[in-house]
Design a protein around this ligand. Structure first.
Ligand SMILES: Cc1cc2nc3c(=O)[nH]c(=O)nc-3n(C[C@H](O)[C@H](O)[C@H](O)COP(=O)(O)O)c2cc1C
Length: 339
């Protein structure tokens, strides 16, 4: 057990929030795969005001997900407070504010990573948010706007003064987008000076690396995003490394069983068409790097119904994983997103 802000968690390895990915069924799956906490994708605080069906769908979660945080974004303090109150009313364990999104549509409005450009104003918004709810308020930021303005520490100070429970830092500037490498030395420097817990994030693709980032940079936890899509066993493997154990060998059957569980969760959560759309997306990622992946993807995108899609999937992975040591690939992957 480790302490992260107000929560006691099994271990410090946490699935990063990802738009279009960390929806409720995937969070449930990753909870079963031992992510110690899960966080929703970003949800617009403006959408919350109008309580659109889509927004409410995005805020749904299942008891199985706890400890679960719902992530919001927006530029208007009042709307952010109202959204935080709705998150609290829905029963989430904490509310996370997205301050890392680099997408032009979001930053032009002054939301996402643009909010960190003025730590003083940010502090006022965070103070209001913390006052508006009883659940913990957390934030996720980047190292700064660009190389010349890496002001993550000023943002951490503002967050700490406001009563924010932790700050997750993606180790890139807004200008970097997803290029270059996450600057863990910078994250470590901020952590060393920070009065509140810091979660480090960026480019973790393996269990040994996850643990060494945690240990070497002294952070309170690490977020793993894209790496978990390639290797969903990374959370339990990282925990094993933390306890001085060699991560157990993953049997290919376990990988296939995980996909079977995902099918059930998707079909429980979406209509048949929606479940197929999500399945195609995840299965394409899972297949990357396995022999015959591009042909498999073509098949999956053309399958007429769910049974054909999943039968082709299990057949593909049974063959593709045969006799293979299930050490997963780690080259760069999905070079874009909302944080
Ligand atoms: C497809 C995609 C969507 C993302 N969506 C979000 C999001 O909704 N909220 C957020 O805070 N970060 C989002 N991110 C950023 C990730 O949480 C994380 O900071 C980033 O991917 C770096 O970590 P990684 O190298 O472990 O993937 C997204 C990233 C990707 C690739």
């Amino acid at each position: 057990m480790v302490q992260l802000g107000p929560f006691k968690i099994d271990h410090p390895f946490i699935l990063a929030p990802m738009a279009g990915i960390t929806n409720s069924p995937f969070r449930r799956l990753m909870k079963r795969m031992k992510s110690s906490i899960v966080i929703s994708e970003l949800v617009s605080a403006n959408g919350v005001k109008y309580a659109s069906q889509r927004t409410l769908e995005l805020l749904k979660f299942h008891e199985e997900e706890r400890i679960v945080g719902l992530q919001i974004f927006g530029e208007d303090t009042q709307l952010l407070c109202e959204a935080a109150q709705l998150v609290e009313k829905l029963g989430a364990d904490f509310v996370d504010l997205n301050l890392g999104c680099p997408v032009p549509k979001v930053v032009k409005r002054g939301a996402g990573s643009a909010m960190c450009r003025n730590p003083f104003e940010l502090g006022k918004t965070l103070t209001a948010m913390v006052k508006s709810v009883k659940i913990p308020v957390t934030i996720k930021i980047r190292t700064g706007w660009d190389e010349k303005s890496k002001n993550a520490f000023e943002c951490v100070q503002a967050a700490s003064d406001a009563g924010v429970s932790w700050v997750a830092i993606h180790g890139r500037t807004r200008a970097q987008g997803y290029s270059g490498l996450a600057d863990w030395d910078f994250i470590g420097d901020v952590k060393a000076k920070s009065p509140i817990p810091i979660i480090g994030n960026g480019d973790i693709t393996g269990a040994e690396q996850a643990f060494s980032r945690y240990k070497d940079y002294g952070v309170d936890a690490v977020l793993i995003g894209r790496g978990a899509l390639r290797n969903p066993f990374i959370f339990e493997q990282s925990e094993a490394v933390m306890h001085g154990q060699t991560p157990r060998k993953i049997h290919s059957l376990e990988y296939i069983n995980m996909m079977k569980a995902q099918r059930v969760l998707l079909e429980e959560s979406f209509n048949p068409k929606g479940a197929m759309i999500h399945a195609r997306k995840f299965l394409s990622w899972y297949s990357t790097g396995f022999p015959g992946a591009s042909e498999f993807r073509r098949k999956v995108f053309n399958s007429p119904d769910a049974d054909t899609l999943w039968n082709d999937t299990f057949e593909f992975f049974e063959t593709a994983t045969q006799g293979r040591d299930m050490s997963f690939l780690s080259e760069p992957f999905l070079m874009g997103g909302h944080g």
